[in-house]
Design a protein around this ligand. Structure first.
Ligand SMILES: Cc1cc2nc3c(=O)[nH]c(=O)nc-3n(C[C@H](O)[C@H](O)[C@H](O)COP(=O)(O)OP(=O)(O)OC[C@H]3O[C@@H](n4cnc5c(N)ncnc54)[C@H](O)[C@@H]3O)c2cc1C
Length: 409
């Protein structure tokens, strides 16, 4: 069936990319991109990095200027999708109007998880997901001297690195026993813990937040589960995100840790696709169905869908990769390390140039590279095929990942 109209809900990384890639692929039908942030689509990663440090302005965040959308006949609707009428193939908007689709793409992303602790409503508590969040936080950072970060995941640590670079006293509270534990090996966690400590960041492990205290409506301190009171000007939450599934749930689509899709990224309704942070999919790079929160995943899934809708269908199989920048450390991760049972480190943590190769049952499943971009590029190539590398081979004194990758091509 030839498609006349594609409607995309969510004008973030994935939604923007589907629209742009459809036009690049020569799709001639109508493309409508519905976004509820009131912004020309922009990228989020710099919000905790260069943008928050004031090194780049808002224009540098935008994927394209407004004219791009006009020139490429992408109708950018600043509205929120309120419901999906699957019977009549229509999206109902908050404003009350409706948009008809032949195919619908849900690229609705995720929202910050919040903690139901007393004091959460006080002035001086922040999440960090949107441009609006970053702008509000940037203003308050200028007046603050002490910040507390709840959660030592990527967002929390990126923010902590920025705040420390600005000379602030930074305290991180983490429930687990190491940093970025959900996403990296123990070796990489330790390198980052040591670096943050050297930058002046205090990290408290196995500590929860009990409440936030305030005076005249403003944050003054937090209390931790070990009964301490830590005075602070700001509290920044980095305790993870939850996929936006309300629209899909109410439309009766299957949900499983996000909107459930198959290897073609189709939902339980073959006229609806879901991609990016909101979608869980079967991945050949993991033992389980996964939902990934990364630029690569959003972009590659968007490209895969645009190709399918333009007549070139192929299952989604891209190697997952991710990066985070924290002061002078650039961590790049290729593959998924979940369930790994052995590691081999190349380089050294002391030199802050290290790659950790993660193996599951003697198969290479992920490579975490700190300031070793050549290893990262080699790993991405290697993981596209079933790599034969064993821990014993990688442990040899003269082992080099790039050389191994080109020799086994
Ligand atoms: C501060 C920050 C730093 C990050 N740093 C990195 C990094 O260094 N490396 C990396 O790989 N990834 C990073 N990420 C993650 C990356 O930005 C996300 O994985 C990516 O943005 C996901 O794209 P998406 O399109 O799925 O979701 P989003 O970009 O969140 O876009 C979803 C959009 O849909 C809109 N929406 C939701 N519901 C509706 C509705 N009903 N109607 C209309 N619109 C709706 C939302 O408002 C949003 O604009 C970072 C994220 C954040 C927040």
């Amino acid at each position: 069936m030839s498609l006349h109209s594609v409607v995309i809900v969510g004008a973030g990384q994935a939604g923007f990319q589907v629209a742009a890639s459809l036009r690049q692929a020569g799709f001639a039908g109508a493309v409508t991109l519905i976004g509820d942030e009131g912004e020309v689509p922009y990228q989020r990663p710099p919000l905790t990095k260069a943008y928050l440090l004031g090194k780049i302005g808002v224009d540098a965040l935008r994927y394209r200027k407004r004219e791009f959308f006009v020139e490429n006949r992408i109708e950018l609707l600043q509205d929120a999708a309120a419901a999906i009428d699957r019977t009549n193939h229509r999206v109902i908007l908050n404003s009350g109007s409706a948009v008809a689709y032949d195919h619908l793409v849900l690229a609705v992303g995720a929202h910050n998880r919040s903690l139901p602790v007393p004091g959460i409503e006080l002035d001086g508590t922040f999440g960090l997901r949107t441009l609006r969040d970053a702008d509000a936080l940037a203003v308050r950072l200028k007046q603050a001297s002490t910040v507390t970060v709840i959660g030592a995941g990527f967002i929390g640590l990126e923010f902590a690195a920025v705040a420390a670079a600005r000379g602030m006293a930074v305290h991180v509270i983490e429930l687990g026993s190491r940093v970025m534990a959900r996403a990296v090996s123990a070796e990489t966690s330790e390198l980052f813990r040591v670096a943050h400590t050297a930058w002046g960041v205090t990290i408290d492990f196995k500590q929860g937040l009990v409440c936030i205290e305030g005076d005249q409506g403003k944050v003054t301190a937090i209390r931790t589960t070990d009964q301490r009171r830590l005075p602070t000007d700001l509290v920044v939450f980095g305790v993870g995100v939850l996929p936006n599934v309300t629209l899909a749930t109410e439309a009766g689509l299957d949900i499983e840790n996000g909107i459930r899709v198959d290897t073609d990224l189709l939902t339980s309704d073959p006229s609806i696709t879901a991609i990016g942070d909101c979608a869980s999919f079967p991945s050949r790079h993991s033992q389980d169905r996964v939902r990934l929160e990364s630029v690569q995943n959003a972009v590659d899934q968007a490209r895969c869908v645009a190709a399918r809708l333009s007549g070139k269908s192929a299952p989604y199989a891209a190697v997952p990769w991710f990066w985070t920048d924290q002061q002078d450390l650039m961590l790049q991760i290729a593959g998924l390390q979940d369930g790994h049972d052995s590691t081999v480190a190349l380089g050294s943590a002391a030199s802050r140039k290290m790659s950790v190769l993660c193996f599951r049952r003697n198969h290479l499943v992920a490579v975490e590279s700190v300031n070793r971009p050549a290893d990262h590029m080699a790993a991405r190539k290697l993981l596209t095929r079933a790599p034969t590398l064993t821990p014993a081979q990688a442990s040899a004194d003269d082992f080099d990942l790039k050389t191994f990758e080109s020799a086994t091509r």
